[in-house]
Design a protein around this ligand. Sequence first.
Ligand SMILES: O=c1[nH]c(=O)c2nc[nH]c2[nH]1
Ligand SMILES: [Zn+2]
Length: 441
Amino acid sequence: MTQTFQTSADPVLYRATFMHTPRSPFADAEALHAEDDGGLLVAGGTILASGPWAEVRAQAPEAPVTDLRGGLLLPGFVDTHVHYPQVRVVGGLGMPLLDWLDRNALPEEARLADEGYARAVAREFLGALAMNGTTTALVFGAHYAGAMHAFFEEAATSGLRTVAGLVVGDRLLRPELHTTPERAYAEGRTLIERWHGRGRALYAVTPRFSLSASEGLLDACGALLREFEGVRFTSHINENVTEVEVVRGLFPEARDYLDTYERAGLVGRRSVLAHNVWPSDRELGAMAEHRCSAAHCPCSNSALGSGFFPLRRHLAAGVHVSLGSDVGGGTGFSLLKEGVQAYFMQQLMGADGVALTPAHLLYLATRAGAEALDLGDLTGDFSAGRQFDAVHLSPPPGTPLAAVYAHAEGPGRLLAATFASGTQGDVARVWVGGDEVYARG
Ligand SMILES: O=c1[nH]c(=O)c2nc[nH]c2[nH]1
Ligand SMILES: [Zn+2]
Protein backbone atom coordinates (compact mmCIF):
# COMPACT_ATOMS: atom_id res chain seq x y z
CA MET A 1 0.00 0.00 0.00
CA THR A 2 1.26 3.46 -0.84
CA GLN A 3 1.14 5.99 1.94
CA THR A 4 -0.08 9.51 1.20
CA PHE A 5 1.54 12.18 3.30
CA GLN A 6 -0.82 14.87 4.56
CA THR A 7 1.47 17.87 4.60
CA SER A 8 -0.09 20.77 6.45
CA ALA A 9 -0.89 23.70 4.18
CA ASP A 10 -1.13 25.93 7.27
CA PRO A 11 2.12 27.63 8.24
CA VAL A 12 4.20 26.01 10.97
CA LEU A 13 7.34 27.35 12.62
CA TYR A 14 10.51 25.52 13.60
CA ARG A 15 12.78 27.13 16.17
CA ALA A 16 16.30 25.70 16.25
CA THR A 17 20.01 26.20 16.01
CA PHE A 18 20.44 25.54 12.31
CA MET A 19 23.19 25.60 9.72
CA HIS A 20 23.28 25.26 5.96
CA THR A 21 25.46 26.01 2.95
CA PRO A 22 23.37 27.68 0.24
CA ARG A 23 26.63 28.39 -1.61
CA SER A 24 29.70 26.24 -2.11
CA PRO A 25 32.52 26.71 0.42
CA PHE A 26 34.87 25.66 -2.39
CA ALA A 27 33.97 28.95 -4.09
CA ASP A 28 33.13 31.16 -1.11
CA ALA A 29 34.95 30.96 2.25
CA GLU A 30 31.93 32.53 3.98
CA ALA A 31 29.46 29.96 2.67
CA LEU A 32 28.45 28.49 6.04
CA HIS A 33 25.25 30.12 7.21
CA ALA A 34 24.52 29.53 10.92
CA GLU A 35 21.63 30.70 13.09
CA ASP A 36 22.19 30.15 16.78
CA ASP A 37 18.51 30.90 17.48
CA GLY A 38 16.93 30.46 14.08
CA GLY A 39 13.46 30.17 12.63
CA LEU A 40 12.03 28.39 9.60
CA LEU A 41 8.50 29.12 8.45
CA VAL A 42 7.08 26.17 6.51
CA ALA A 43 3.75 25.74 4.68
CA GLY A 44 2.72 22.87 2.44
CA GLY A 45 6.20 21.41 2.89
CA THR A 46 7.93 24.50 1.45
CA ILE A 47 10.16 26.89 3.42
CA LEU A 48 8.61 30.36 3.22
CA ALA A 49 11.07 32.21 5.45
CA SER A 50 14.44 31.38 6.98
CA GLY A 51 16.54 33.45 9.37
CA PRO A 52 16.86 34.73 12.94
CA TRP A 53 13.99 33.50 15.13
CA ALA A 54 12.64 36.94 16.03
CA GLU A 55 12.38 37.99 12.38
CA VAL A 56 10.79 34.80 11.14
CA ARG A 57 8.42 34.64 14.10
CA ALA A 58 7.20 38.16 13.31
CA GLN A 59 6.03 36.95 9.89
CA ALA A 60 3.64 34.39 11.37
CA PRO A 61 2.87 35.31 14.98
CA GLU A 62 -0.05 32.85 15.18
CA ALA A 63 1.68 29.81 13.67
CA PRO A 64 2.28 26.80 15.93
CA VAL A 65 5.93 26.36 16.96
CA THR A 66 8.02 23.19 17.03
CA ASP A 67 10.84 23.96 19.44
CA LEU A 68 14.02 22.07 18.51
CA ARG A 69 16.48 24.07 20.59
CA GLY A 70 19.28 22.15 22.30
CA GLY A 71 20.10 20.17 19.16
CA LEU A 72 21.21 21.04 15.66
CA LEU A 73 18.98 21.21 12.61
CA LEU A 74 20.66 20.52 9.26
CA PRO A 75 19.32 20.09 5.73
CA GLY A 76 18.52 16.43 5.08
CA PHE A 77 21.54 14.54 3.81
CA VAL A 78 21.83 13.63 0.13
CA ASP A 79 23.54 10.31 -0.56
CA THR A 80 24.53 10.18 -4.23
CA HIS A 81 25.72 6.58 -4.33
CA VAL A 82 24.21 3.74 -2.30
CA HIS A 83 23.22 0.18 -3.28
CA TYR A 84 19.79 -1.02 -2.20
CA PRO A 85 20.55 -4.78 -2.54
CA GLN A 86 23.66 -4.60 -0.37
CA VAL A 87 22.23 -3.73 3.07
CA ARG A 88 22.87 -7.23 4.38
CA VAL A 89 26.45 -7.52 3.11
CA VAL A 90 27.95 -4.43 4.75
CA GLY A 91 31.24 -5.28 6.42
CA GLY A 92 32.80 -7.68 3.91
CA LEU A 93 36.28 -6.44 4.66
CA GLY A 94 39.65 -7.56 3.38
CA MET A 95 38.98 -7.83 -0.37
CA PRO A 96 39.67 -5.58 -3.34
CA LEU A 97 36.74 -4.60 -5.57
CA LEU A 98 36.50 -7.48 -8.04
CA ASP A 99 36.94 -10.21 -5.38
CA TRP A 100 34.49 -8.37 -3.12
CA LEU A 101 31.90 -8.35 -5.91
CA ASP A 102 32.34 -12.06 -6.68
CA ARG A 103 32.41 -13.28 -3.11
CA ASN A 104 30.35 -10.76 -1.17
CA ALA A 105 27.99 -8.60 -3.21
CA LEU A 106 26.86 -10.55 -6.27
CA PRO A 107 25.70 -13.74 -4.46
CA GLU A 108 23.46 -11.52 -2.32
CA GLU A 109 22.25 -9.51 -5.32
CA ALA A 110 21.14 -12.78 -6.97
CA ARG A 111 18.82 -13.42 -4.00
CA LEU A 112 16.74 -10.39 -5.01
CA ALA A 113 15.25 -12.51 -7.81
CA ASP A 114 12.77 -13.43 -5.07
CA GLU A 115 10.42 -10.44 -4.85
CA GLY A 116 9.50 -11.09 -1.21
CA TYR A 117 13.17 -11.12 -0.27
CA ALA A 118 13.73 -7.94 -2.29
CA ARG A 119 10.85 -6.15 -0.58
CA ALA A 120 12.19 -7.00 2.87
CA VAL A 121 15.62 -5.69 1.87
CA ALA A 122 14.05 -2.53 0.41
CA ARG A 123 12.33 -1.84 3.73
CA GLU A 124 15.57 -2.33 5.65
CA PHE A 125 17.39 -0.11 3.19
CA LEU A 126 14.89 2.77 3.26
CA GLY A 127 14.61 2.57 7.05
CA ALA A 128 18.40 2.80 7.32
CA LEU A 129 18.54 5.88 5.10
CA ALA A 130 15.85 7.67 7.12
CA MET A 131 17.30 6.85 10.53
CA ASN A 132 20.63 8.27 9.36
CA GLY A 133 19.10 11.55 8.26
CA THR A 134 19.34 10.90 4.54
CA THR A 135 16.31 12.44 2.84
CA THR A 136 17.37 12.11 -0.82
CA ALA A 137 19.33 9.25 -2.36
CA LEU A 138 20.60 8.22 -5.76
CA VAL A 139 20.05 4.52 -5.36
CA PHE A 140 21.85 1.80 -7.27
CA GLY A 141 19.07 -0.70 -7.74
CA ALA A 142 18.72 -4.45 -8.24
CA HIS A 143 19.20 -6.54 -11.39
CA TYR A 144 15.55 -7.68 -11.32
CA ALA A 145 12.57 -5.61 -12.50
CA GLY A 146 10.30 -7.18 -9.86
CA ALA A 147 12.73 -6.09 -7.15
CA MET A 148 12.65 -2.56 -8.55
CA HIS A 149 8.86 -2.38 -8.56
CA ALA A 150 8.96 -3.51 -4.93
CA PHE A 151 11.60 -0.88 -4.21
CA PHE A 152 9.62 2.00 -5.71
CA GLU A 153 6.48 0.90 -3.84
CA GLU A 154 8.37 0.83 -0.55
CA ALA A 155 10.09 4.14 -1.34
CA ALA A 156 6.69 5.80 -1.82
CA THR A 157 5.64 4.50 1.59
CA SER A 158 8.87 5.75 3.19
CA GLY A 159 8.36 9.34 2.06
CA LEU A 160 12.02 9.65 1.01
CA ARG A 161 13.17 11.21 -2.25
CA THR A 162 14.77 8.51 -4.37
CA VAL A 163 16.37 8.47 -7.79
CA ALA A 164 16.78 4.82 -8.70
CA GLY A 165 16.85 2.35 -11.54
CA LEU A 166 17.19 -1.23 -12.66
CA VAL A 167 20.86 -2.24 -12.67
CA VAL A 168 21.88 -3.91 -15.91
CA GLY A 169 24.86 -6.01 -17.00
CA ASP A 170 25.31 -8.60 -19.74
CA ARG A 171 28.74 -10.08 -19.03
CA LEU A 172 31.29 -11.03 -16.36
CA LEU A 173 28.81 -11.08 -13.47
CA ARG A 174 26.94 -14.23 -12.41
CA PRO A 175 24.87 -15.65 -15.30
CA GLU A 176 21.62 -15.20 -13.35
CA LEU A 177 22.32 -11.45 -13.14
CA HIS A 178 22.82 -11.04 -16.89
CA THR A 179 20.28 -9.41 -19.17
CA THR A 180 20.25 -8.50 -22.87
CA PRO A 181 20.11 -5.05 -24.47
CA GLU A 182 16.53 -5.73 -25.63
CA ARG A 183 15.34 -6.82 -22.21
CA ALA A 184 17.18 -3.99 -20.46
CA TYR A 185 15.46 -1.49 -22.73
CA ALA A 186 11.99 -3.04 -22.35
CA GLU A 187 12.16 -3.42 -18.57
CA GLY A 188 13.66 0.06 -18.17
CA ARG A 189 10.91 1.55 -20.27
CA THR A 190 8.17 -0.11 -18.20
CA LEU A 191 9.76 1.03 -14.93
CA ILE A 192 10.19 4.59 -16.20
CA GLU A 193 6.60 4.81 -17.40
CA ARG A 194 5.35 3.55 -14.07
CA TRP A 195 7.63 5.35 -11.61
CA HIS A 196 9.61 8.26 -13.08
CA GLY A 197 8.22 11.51 -11.70
CA ARG A 198 5.66 9.74 -9.55
CA GLY A 199 5.51 11.25 -6.05
CA ARG A 200 9.09 11.70 -4.86
CA ALA A 201 10.63 9.13 -7.22
CA LEU A 202 12.76 9.67 -10.28
CA TYR A 203 14.41 7.11 -12.52
CA ALA A 204 18.12 6.62 -13.18
CA VAL A 205 19.41 4.50 -16.06
CA THR A 206 22.01 2.28 -14.35
CA PRO A 207 24.46 0.02 -16.16
CA ARG A 208 26.47 -1.60 -13.37
CA PHE A 209 29.84 -0.60 -14.88
CA SER A 210 31.48 -0.84 -18.29
CA LEU A 211 33.28 -3.98 -17.20
CA SER A 212 29.93 -5.82 -17.14
CA ALA A 213 28.26 -4.01 -20.05
CA SER A 214 28.61 -4.64 -23.79
CA GLU A 215 28.46 -1.69 -26.17
CA GLY A 216 24.98 -2.83 -27.17
CA LEU A 217 23.80 -2.69 -23.57
CA LEU A 218 25.23 0.80 -23.05
CA ASP A 219 23.49 1.88 -26.27
CA ALA A 220 20.17 0.55 -24.94
CA CYS A 221 20.75 2.65 -21.80
CA GLY A 222 21.51 5.67 -24.00
CA ALA A 223 18.23 5.15 -25.88
CA LEU A 224 16.24 5.27 -22.63
CA LEU A 225 18.06 8.40 -21.55
CA ARG A 226 17.31 10.14 -24.85
CA GLU A 227 13.67 9.09 -24.96
CA PHE A 228 12.56 10.01 -21.45
CA GLU A 229 12.83 13.59 -20.22
CA GLY A 230 14.44 14.06 -16.83
CA VAL A 231 15.79 10.54 -16.41
CA ARG A 232 19.21 10.49 -14.73
CA PHE A 233 22.27 8.33 -15.50
CA THR A 234 24.52 6.72 -12.93
CA SER A 235 27.27 4.12 -12.92
CA HIS A 236 30.76 3.39 -11.55
CA ILE A 237 34.02 4.68 -12.96
CA ASN A 238 37.77 4.41 -12.30
CA GLU A 239 37.36 2.80 -8.89
CA ASN A 240 40.14 0.25 -8.82
CA VAL A 241 43.32 -0.12 -10.90
CA THR A 242 42.59 -3.71 -11.95
CA GLU A 243 39.04 -2.77 -12.97
CA VAL A 244 40.37 0.13 -15.06
CA GLU A 245 42.81 -2.23 -16.83
CA VAL A 246 40.08 -4.77 -17.60
CA VAL A 247 37.81 -2.05 -19.01
CA ARG A 248 40.64 -0.77 -21.20
CA GLY A 249 41.01 -4.29 -22.66
CA LEU A 250 37.26 -4.67 -23.22
CA PHE A 251 36.89 -1.35 -25.06
CA PRO A 252 39.98 -1.05 -27.30
CA GLU A 253 38.33 1.72 -29.34
CA ALA A 254 37.53 3.91 -26.33
CA ARG A 255 39.88 6.71 -25.27
CA ASP A 256 39.43 5.80 -21.60
CA TYR A 257 36.80 4.61 -19.09
CA LEU A 258 34.69 7.77 -19.36
CA ASP A 259 34.62 7.42 -23.12
CA THR A 260 32.87 4.05 -22.84
CA TYR A 261 29.90 5.99 -21.41
CA GLU A 262 30.34 9.07 -23.59
CA ARG A 263 30.13 7.00 -26.78
CA ALA A 264 26.70 5.75 -25.71
CA GLY A 265 25.48 9.31 -25.02
CA LEU A 266 25.24 8.69 -21.30
CA VAL A 267 27.22 11.61 -19.88
CA GLY A 268 25.62 14.99 -19.22
CA ARG A 269 24.44 17.39 -16.54
CA ARG A 270 22.28 14.72 -14.92
CA SER A 271 24.96 12.03 -14.76
CA VAL A 272 26.61 10.90 -11.53
CA LEU A 273 29.69 8.69 -11.73
CA ALA A 274 30.73 6.96 -8.54
CA HIS A 275 34.33 6.81 -7.28
CA ASN A 276 36.65 8.23 -9.98
CA VAL A 277 39.69 7.48 -7.86
CA TRP A 278 41.94 6.97 -10.91
CA PRO A 279 40.89 9.52 -13.57
CA SER A 280 43.09 10.82 -16.36
CA ASP A 281 43.33 14.54 -17.03
CA ARG A 282 41.36 14.00 -20.25
CA GLU A 283 38.52 12.43 -18.27
CA LEU A 284 38.42 15.22 -15.70
CA GLY A 285 38.35 17.88 -18.42
CA ALA A 286 35.54 16.07 -20.24
CA MET A 287 33.55 15.58 -17.01
CA ALA A 288 33.74 19.32 -16.37
CA GLU A 289 32.57 20.04 -19.92
CA HIS A 290 29.64 17.63 -19.54
CA ARG A 291 28.88 19.19 -16.12
CA CYS A 292 28.38 15.72 -14.67
CA SER A 293 29.29 14.84 -11.08
CA ALA A 294 31.66 12.52 -9.28
CA ALA A 295 30.23 10.79 -6.21
CA HIS A 296 33.08 10.43 -3.74
CA CYS A 297 32.68 7.40 -1.45
CA PRO A 298 35.49 7.64 1.12
CA CYS A 299 34.52 4.77 3.43
CA SER A 300 34.16 2.42 0.48
CA ASN A 301 37.46 3.55 -1.03
CA SER A 302 39.10 2.84 2.33
CA ALA A 303 37.39 -0.49 3.03
CA LEU A 304 38.11 -1.90 -0.44
CA GLY A 305 41.56 -0.31 -0.55
CA SER A 306 40.60 1.37 -3.84
CA GLY A 307 42.76 4.46 -3.30
CA PHE A 308 42.74 8.14 -2.40
CA PHE A 309 40.19 10.33 -4.18
CA PRO A 310 41.98 13.15 -6.03
CA LEU A 311 39.69 15.93 -4.85
CA ARG A 312 42.20 18.65 -5.64
CA ARG A 313 42.39 17.54 -9.27
CA HIS A 314 38.59 17.40 -9.54
CA LEU A 315 38.27 20.92 -8.16
CA ALA A 316 41.06 22.25 -10.37
CA ALA A 317 39.37 20.76 -13.43
CA GLY A 318 35.99 22.17 -12.38
CA VAL A 319 34.28 18.81 -11.76
CA HIS A 320 31.38 18.88 -9.33
CA VAL A 321 31.83 16.47 -6.39
CA SER A 322 29.22 15.05 -4.01
CA LEU A 323 29.27 12.27 -1.37
CA GLY A 324 28.10 8.68 -1.39
CA SER A 325 28.02 6.00 1.28
CA ASP A 326 28.35 3.17 -1.28
CA VAL A 327 26.71 0.68 1.07
CA GLY A 328 27.67 -2.19 1.02
CA GLY A 329 31.25 -1.49 -0.22
CA GLY A 330 30.97 1.38 2.25
CA THR A 331 30.61 0.70 5.93
CA GLY A 332 27.25 2.28 6.77
CA PHE A 333 24.59 4.83 5.87
CA SER A 334 25.78 7.86 7.82
CA LEU A 335 26.85 10.81 5.71
CA LEU A 336 28.41 12.24 8.88
CA LYS A 337 30.84 9.33 8.79
CA GLU A 338 31.43 9.80 5.05
CA GLY A 339 32.15 13.47 5.71
CA VAL A 340 34.76 12.83 8.38
CA GLN A 341 36.32 10.00 6.36
CA ALA A 342 36.64 12.37 3.38
CA TYR A 343 38.36 14.80 5.73
CA PHE A 344 40.73 12.08 7.08
CA MET A 345 41.71 10.95 3.61
CA GLN A 346 42.44 14.46 2.37
CA GLN A 347 44.54 15.05 5.51
CA LEU A 348 46.51 11.87 4.85
CA MET A 349 47.25 12.95 1.27
CA GLY A 350 49.53 15.72 2.49
CA ALA A 351 50.18 18.40 -0.13
CA ASP A 352 47.94 16.61 -2.65
CA GLY A 353 44.96 16.79 -0.29
CA VAL A 354 42.43 19.56 0.24
CA ALA A 355 42.07 20.92 3.78
CA LEU A 356 38.36 20.41 4.33
CA THR A 357 36.53 22.55 6.89
CA PRO A 358 33.25 21.63 8.63
CA ALA A 359 31.48 23.86 6.10
CA HIS A 360 32.90 21.77 3.25
CA LEU A 361 31.70 18.58 4.92
CA LEU A 362 28.19 19.97 5.37
CA TYR A 363 28.10 21.18 1.77
CA LEU A 364 29.32 17.80 0.45
CA ALA A 365 26.68 15.96 2.49
CA THR A 366 23.77 18.22 1.51
CA ARG A 367 23.81 20.96 -1.13
CA ALA A 368 26.45 19.31 -3.35
CA GLY A 369 24.32 16.15 -3.59
CA ALA A 370 21.19 18.10 -4.47
CA GLU A 371 23.10 19.85 -7.26
CA ALA A 372 24.60 16.59 -8.53
CA LEU A 373 21.06 15.27 -8.96
CA ASP A 374 19.88 18.56 -10.50
CA LEU A 375 17.48 18.92 -7.59
CA GLY A 376 19.09 22.09 -6.26
CA ASP A 377 15.89 24.14 -6.62
CA LEU A 378 14.04 21.62 -4.49
CA THR A 379 16.35 20.62 -1.66
CA GLY A 380 19.86 20.79 -0.18
CA ASP A 381 19.61 23.90 2.02
CA PHE A 382 17.17 25.96 4.08
CA SER A 383 16.69 28.91 1.70
CA ALA A 384 13.14 30.16 1.18
CA GLY A 385 11.54 28.23 -1.66
CA ARG A 386 13.18 24.89 -0.87
CA GLN A 387 11.31 21.94 0.53
CA PHE A 388 11.59 21.42 4.28
CA ASP A 389 13.93 18.39 4.12
CA ALA A 390 15.72 18.33 7.46
CA VAL A 391 17.50 16.25 10.06
CA HIS A 392 17.40 17.15 13.74
CA LEU A 393 20.47 15.97 15.62
CA SER A 394 20.00 15.69 19.34
CA PRO A 395 22.65 13.61 21.11
CA PRO A 396 21.21 11.48 23.94
CA PRO A 397 21.91 13.00 27.39
CA GLY A 398 25.16 11.83 28.93
CA THR A 399 26.92 11.13 25.64
CA PRO A 400 30.14 12.96 24.79
CA LEU A 401 28.49 14.71 21.87
CA ALA A 402 25.74 16.00 24.18
CA ALA A 403 28.49 17.59 26.29
CA VAL A 404 29.94 19.26 23.21
CA TYR A 405 26.50 20.52 22.20
CA ALA A 406 26.02 22.05 25.65
CA HIS A 407 29.38 23.83 25.62
CA ALA A 408 30.55 24.33 22.00
CA GLU A 409 32.01 27.72 21.29
CA GLY A 410 30.57 28.73 17.96
CA PRO A 411 28.96 27.02 14.99
CA GLY A 412 32.21 25.77 13.45
CA ARG A 413 33.05 23.75 16.57
CA LEU A 414 29.53 22.38 16.82
CA LEU A 415 29.55 21.28 13.20
CA ALA A 416 33.06 19.81 13.42
CA ALA A 417 32.09 17.73 16.46
CA THR A 418 28.92 16.59 14.75
CA PHE A 419 30.88 15.21 11.80
CA ALA A 420 33.70 13.87 13.98
CA SER A 421 31.54 11.86 16.35
CA GLY A 422 27.88 12.06 15.31
CA THR A 423 26.14 8.78 14.53
CA GLN A 424 22.75 7.36 13.67
CA GLY A 425 21.98 7.39 17.41
CA ASP A 426 22.10 11.19 17.42
CA VAL A 427 19.41 11.53 14.75
CA ALA A 428 16.21 12.45 16.55
CA ARG A 429 13.79 13.46 13.78
CA VAL A 430 13.81 13.64 10.01
CA TRP A 431 11.44 15.44 7.61
CA VAL A 432 10.95 15.34 3.86
CA GLY A 433 8.79 18.03 2.29
CA GLY A 434 7.51 18.86 5.76
CA ASP A 435 6.45 15.25 6.44
CA GLU A 436 8.09 13.55 9.38
CA VAL A 437 9.64 10.35 8.00
CA TYR A 438 11.58 9.27 11.09
CA ALA A 439 11.34 9.89 14.83
CA ARG A 440 13.75 8.23 17.29
CA GLY A 441 12.17 5.91 19.81
O1 LIG B 1 31.89 -0.19 -5.03
C1 LIG B 1 31.31 -0.84 -5.91
N1 LIG B 1 30.22 -1.57 -5.60
C2 LIG B 1 29.56 -2.30 -6.51
O2 LIG B 1 28.56 -2.94 -6.18
C3 LIG B 1 30.06 -2.27 -7.82
N2 LIG B 1 29.67 -2.85 -8.98
C4 LIG B 1 30.53 -2.46 -9.93
N3 LIG B 1 31.46 -1.65 -9.41
C5 LIG B 1 31.20 -1.51 -8.12
N4 LIG B 1 31.80 -0.82 -7.15
ZN1 LIG C 1 28.88 1.38 -5.82
